[in-house]
Design a protein around this ligand. Structure first.
Ligand code: CIR
Length: 264
């Protein structure tokens, strides 16, 4: 049974009206809340259609980026580990997530070092290892602390890199199954996926690399036909979800949920 893409649970959080103040590398327009809510509902419906139990948390007005719940925790079968986001405006989101994970997990841990910063968007869990990309949000101290925590359960953690100017490691890649990743060419060129099968995003479609495999579905942002056709041809069951509003804030499919199967 896969631990990296078969899940019984997901947690999401409704977008808040403060989403218009969300962080962004470049201003390409203000997100429209109503459109984002419609996309978010379609995303949750896709997760639920696989049989998973999906928790929808209330919006947090004090945290404009709190719809992007993935950055607050790493959820493994053995425990949930609460992150320390490197964006100062997002630190409080992790604390707000902790009780919800404590309700579903027997064991929760915390990245707590004052110098440790790490966000879930920089972490790709595969069947055999946990890849963590150093980025503007995730530093060496954060990665070291996480490595020590996950070694308790024998997980192997490998530090990799997030290309300069790219928000998170997973902005540029996703897991498609136990041995295959979807990656931009610029990230795969670093060699970080040597040993994996790689499907590259099509030329000009790098923005769809942030996709998720969730049970039988590959859930990807709409509007990337060449990559979609390549994934369909490779045999994946695709579901396309509108992402125009989250994209204005550098968000994609993985950011919108925590996906997990807590071990009883
Ligand atoms: C941020 O800059 O933190 C948010 N606007 C976007 C976070 C996207 N999260 C993710 O890729 N895991």
């Amino acid at each position: 049974m896969s631990v990296s893409y078969r899940f019984t649970h997901a947690i999401t959080r409704k977008p808040s009206t403060s989403i218009t103040a969300g962080l962004r590398a470049m201003d390409i327009g203000t997100p429209d809340l109503a459109v984002m809510q419609a996309h978010h509902a379609a995303y949750i419906a896709a997760l639920r259609s696989t049989g998973a139990q999906v928790v929808e948390l209330d919006a947090l007005e004090a945290f404009p980026d709190s719809v992007f719940v993935e950055d607050t925790a790493l959820c493994l079968p053995e425990a949930a580990i609460i992150m320390r986001p490197g964006a100062p405006s997002r630190l409080g989101e992790a604390a707000a997530m902790a009780p919800h994970l404590a309700a579903l997990y027997a064991d929760t841990r915390q990245i707590s070092g004052a110098d440790s910063f790490i966000e879930g968007g920089d972490i790709l869990t595969t069947e055999t290892e946990i890849l963590v990309g150093r980025s503007a949000r995730t530093n060496a101290a954060g990665i070291k602390e996480l490595a020590a925590v996950v070694s308790d359960w024998g997980h192997k953690l490998r530090e990799v890199f997030t290309p300069p100017g790219v928000l998170h490691f997973k902005t540029d890649c996703s897991l498609l199954d136990g041995e295959t990743v979807l990656s931009t060419k610029r990230l795969a060129a670093s060699g970080c996926f040597d040993g994996y099968k790689i499907i590259h995003t099509a030329e000009g479609e790098e923005a769809c690399a942030n996709t998720i495999r969730f049970n039988d579905l590959v859930i990807m942002p709409a509007g990337f036909p060449k990559t979609r056709d390549a994934l369909v041809k490779a045999g994946y069951e695709l579901r396309e979800i509108g992402n125009s509003e989250c994209a204005k804030l550098d968000g994609g499919m993985s950011c919108l949920s925590l996906r997990f199967t807590p071990r009883a």
